[in-house]
Write a protein that binds this ligand. Structure first.
Ligand SMILES: *Cc1c(COP(=O)(O)O)cnc(C)c1O
Length: 348
């Protein structure tokens, strides 16, 4: 028995990519964002699978991530780096043939000085105020940059998961204002931007979370399943308490199962009182506090307690679990623990 089992379905990731790809016109390239170790699911395995089904542009947050992806997919794909070209990055960018997305005049100067003649892209700030060149800096440097030729000019949407948000159209106008008429490829949309429709697609779209089965791509195929062994089951009598801080008190005699995962495995404490786990199709409430390595579950209503209980399954998605914890699916995915026995389905 031992460790909880995390099953990661690479075929579902490929199917989600294909479904997102089908939402844009044929001339629009659909890339894949594999930052943060492929949203916690293993960037190497995810990138190899997507490369196998035809993806030829990947995005990572940091050069070190790009180097790992390059090592698994070989040379015939572009790997872009959102953090751009920071001091100390030059050798990694060059050795792994990565394309930094330059974010500031300082990064532009550094890239042209330290890596002249090598590929780069530009990230523009269209209003999110997180990464990217400000409009004034872009105005000042645009002609020089255009004469050298970026591989991609991109920006990022702040509110794309809310289709009716006024920020979407505002950022679209800002991005177009900065880039209409240039002869280089443009990109604005991530998962949310794809769903906003063709105005947001430009030449390349960059889905991340939708590939991994998360909101806002509601029709995504689920990618992860998590099943956790029951270590022990006990009866508690009325007024007995369960777990740290006596957070749960039994009202009637109850059966409590203790399962082998906790907040150290990414099952954050905040989900405690709102979360459920599943015995096949039957929901069971989490009771008491989530501990570091253990969770206690009310299984009174089960005829038989199974060997394991499911936390991520067809009845509970990463977004359902995120709702229970007051967070987002992205955080559940990237927090999935390293103690799980990970099993990959559909490896090429
Ligand atoms: C993370 C990220 C993406 C992918 O976003 P999703 O919402 O996961 O699809 C795309 N572009 C940038 C700049 C990002 O930081």
């Amino acid at each position: 028995m031992g460790a909880a089992e995390l099953i990661i379905d690479l075929d579902a990731i490929a199917a989600n990519w294909a479904a997102l790809d089908a939402m844009s016109e044929a001339h629009v390239e659909t890339a894949a964002v594999v930052k943060a170790n492929g949203y916690g699911l293993d960037a190497g395995r995810v990138a190899r699978k997507l490369h196998h089904v035809g993806v030829r542009s990947f995005f990572v947050a940091l050069p070190e991530e790009g180097r790992a992806v390059r090592a698994t997919i070989g040379q015939d794909a572009d790997i872009y780096v959102f953090s751009g070209h920071m001091a100390g990055d030059t050798e990694t960018l060059r050795a792994a043939n990565l394309i930094p997305l330059l974010n500031s005049p300082e990064q532009v100067a550094r890239h042209f000085k330290d890596a002249p003649g090598t590929a780069f892209g530009i990230q523009l700030d269209s209003g999110m105020n997180r990464l990217g060149m400000e409009p004034a800096d872009w105005d000042a440097l645009k002609d020089q940059i255009m004469s050298i030729g970026p591989r991609l000019v991109m920006s990022h949407l702040a509110c794309a998961d809310e289709p009716d948000h006024v920020m979407n159209a505002k950022q679209l106008r800002a991005f177009r204002g900065m880039t209409d008429g240039i002869a280089h490829r443009r990109s604005l949309g991530a998962t949310g931007g794809i769903l906003l429709g063709p105005d947001y697609h430009f030449d390349l779209v960059r889905p991340g979370v939708g590939l991994y089965g998360g909101s806002p791509f509601k029709d995504a195929k689920p990618v992860v399943q998590l099943s956790v062994p029951v270590i022990q089951t006990r009866s508690v009598t009325p007024f007995e308490t369960v777990g740290y801080a006596n957070a749960f008190t039994a009202d009637i005699e109850r059966q409590i199962a203790t399962i082998a995962s906790g907040y150290a495995d990414g099952l954050i404490r905040a989900m405690g009182p709102n979360a459920q786990v599943f015995a096949n199709d039957t929901p069971c409430d989490v009771v008491g506090r989530v501990s570091m390595d253990l969770i206690t579950v009310d299984v009174t209503h089960l005829d038989e307690v199974p060997d394991s209980l499911d936390i991520l399954c067809k009845h509970q998605s990463v977004d359902d679990l995120a709702d229970a914890a007051g967070t987002i699916g992205y955080e559940i995915l990237t927090s999935l623990g390293h103690r799980y026995a990970r099993r990959y389905k559909g490896a090429p």
